[in-house]
Every structure is written in structure tokens, then in C-alpha cells.
Design a protein around this ligand. Structure first.
Ligand code: SF4
Length: 273
């Protein structure tokens, strides 16, 4: 077993790797920690390259389609000669531009594919060379090549910017006011008791002065029907919940619940109905 330093051919990142080789088989791949650029990084695709290279179903030679549609192995030299013969016929009849190459997504997944294809087109004299960038995203390439230091990419409308800034400032002041912080100041000291939402909650608790008060209000709003309110027992859970919130004593909780039937009668609610 020996180890060779090389680079991963699986994508255009070309990470530096070390490959353990047993006989003529790659058995392990890891990042090359001595590489100053990658520092040992690889993705799992790179580390799994031995599984790909040694896969039993991997194609190990070029294939030629037979007249019946089946495929048969053909040596790379013979395959290139056959392809060259057909391309020469196209070039002689239509000119080199008639021969085009497209390198799509997986054209980038092989480090040799792009340079070989470009070299082929230069030798052929055909500009018909396309990639997913020339077809889908040409602006990304051309913009980068036309922009230099100091170039103006976009101009902001100053008035539009000022309006947005003022609106953001107003929203900030509103938020400060809601929190009870001084408006127009950077003082972020906060008294929790002075915060608007806390004051509102306290006011609501103040309004709920007694169990009878709460139950009468709920009855008027149609939230409770009289059968649910019959007697002191029905009012006790409400009294206990309020007692917990307001810090009532056990005695106060009891007396609040006991006072309910009389309060209901005084308000004209017939608990027996
Ligand atoms: S496939 Fe992964 S390990 Fe290989 S070059 Fe690309 S990023 Fe690096």
C-alpha cells in the first residue's frame, strides 16, 4: 500500500487529496492537510471516490451502439477515430461552426472536460462552444468582466433613501414610546413597571375588582350561561384563579366565592333557571 498526493477530479473545486492505493486500486481518500489552500478539506463525494472507481457496474470502456440498439465495448482509440470521421464529414460539408459542444452541469464535474473541449474547438476553428453559463447566466460572466475599481454599478435615489430612513426612525420612536422609553433619546434604561403593556395589564386587573364583577361581566357578554354559575362552588375556581393573580388570602378567596349568589340575585340573574 502506498499514498499519492493528487487532486479530486469530481468537481471544479479541485480539492487537494491524498489517496491510499493498494496494488492498482484506490482504497481511501482524505483531504491533504499540508495543502495551504484547502487545509485538508474535502466533501464526502471526494472521500467516496474509491467506491465510485471500484463500483462493479462502472463502465470501464467506451461503448458503441450496434444496429439493434445494444451496446458493445470499443477501445477509446477506435471510438475517437470513428467520431473524428463523422465530425470531419460535417465540417467538410457545413463548415466548422456546424460542430458545437455543450458542457452542462456534469461537464463541470470532470476537471479535464472544459479545457479539453475548449482546446478541441480552438483547433477546429468553431466558436460554437456552449455551457450552462453561456446559455442561462451570461450576465454574471460579462458583468464581472466589464466592472472595475471605481465603476458605478447602481445609483440610489437620495430622496427615496431619506424617506426610508425617516420612516425607520419614526417606527423606532413609536416602539420606544410603547415601551415607555424617552422619545428622541438614546437612553435605553427600562423600568418594567412603566412599560405600556405592563401598565395596561395592571389596569385590567384593577378593573376586575371582585369575583362577582368578573362573573357579571362574562354573563353580560354571553360568555357564561347561568347553569355554569350556580352556587358558590361554580364561582370558587374563578375566585382561586383571581386570588393567585392578585395575591388574595384564602379567606378573601372564600368570601369572594360566597358573595356571588347574592351579587347575581342583585343583578337580576336567576341562578336556578
Ligand atoms: S467533489 Fe468535493 S472533494 Fe472533490 S473537488 Fe469537489 S468539493 Fe472537493
Amino acid at each position: 500500500m502506498h499514498t499519492r498526493k493528487t487532486f479530486c477530479r469530481f468537481c471544479h473545486a479541485n480539492c487537494a487529496i491524498e489517496v491510499d492505493i493498494d496494488g492498482d486500486r484506490a482504497v481511501a481518500v482524505r483531504g491533504d492537510v499540508s495543502d495551504p489552500l484547502f487545509g485538508g478539506y474535502t466533501c464526502m463525494k471526494g472521500r467516496e471516490l474509491p467506491a465510485q472507481a471500484n463500483h462493479p457496474e462502472r463502465l470501464r470502456s467506451s461503448q458503441r451502439r450496434l444496429p439493434d440498439g445494444a451496446f458493445a465495448a470499443i477501445s477509446s482509440g477506435d471510438a475517437l477515430d470513428e467520431i473524428a470521421g463523422r465530425l470531419a464529414a460535417i465540417r467538410d460539408r457545413h463548415g466548422p461552426r456546424a460542430i458545437a459542444t455543450y458542457c452542462g452541469t456534469y461537464g463541470f464535474m470532470n476537471s479535464a472536460a472544459l479545457p479539453v473541449a475548449l482546446g478541441f474547438h480552438q483547433g477546429l476553428g468553431s466558436p460554437s462552444f456552449y455551457t450552462s453559463i453561456t446559455i442561462d447566466q451570461p450576465a454574471k460572466v460579462y458583468l464581472g468582466s466589464r466592472v472595475g475599481a471605481g465603476s458605478v454599478l447602481a445609483e440610489l435615489d437620495a430622496r427615496d433613501y431619506e424617506l426610508r430612513r425617516d420612516r425607520a426612525r419614526a417606527a423606532l420612536e413609536q416602539a420606544r414610546a410603547r415601551l415607555g422609553l424617552p422619545v428622541g433619546s438614546d437612553d435605553d434604561g427600562l423600568d418594567p413597571q412603566g412599560v405600556g403593556v405592563v401598565r395596561q395589564a395592571k389596569a385590567r386587573l384593577e378593573q376586575a375588582r371582585s369575583v362577582a364583577d368578573v362573573l357579571l361581566r362574562r354573563t353580560r357578554l354571553g360568555l357564561l350561561a347561568a347553569p355554569q354559575l350556580r352556587g358558590t362552588d361554580a364561582a370558587r375556581p374563578v375566585a382561586e384563579a383571581m386570588g393567585r393573580e392578585l395575591g388574595w388570602s384564602r379567606r378573601r378567596v372564600r368570601s369572594e366565592a360566597d358573595a356571588w349568589p347574592a351579587a347575581a340575585a342583585g343583578a337580576g340573574i336567576d341562578l336556578a333557571a
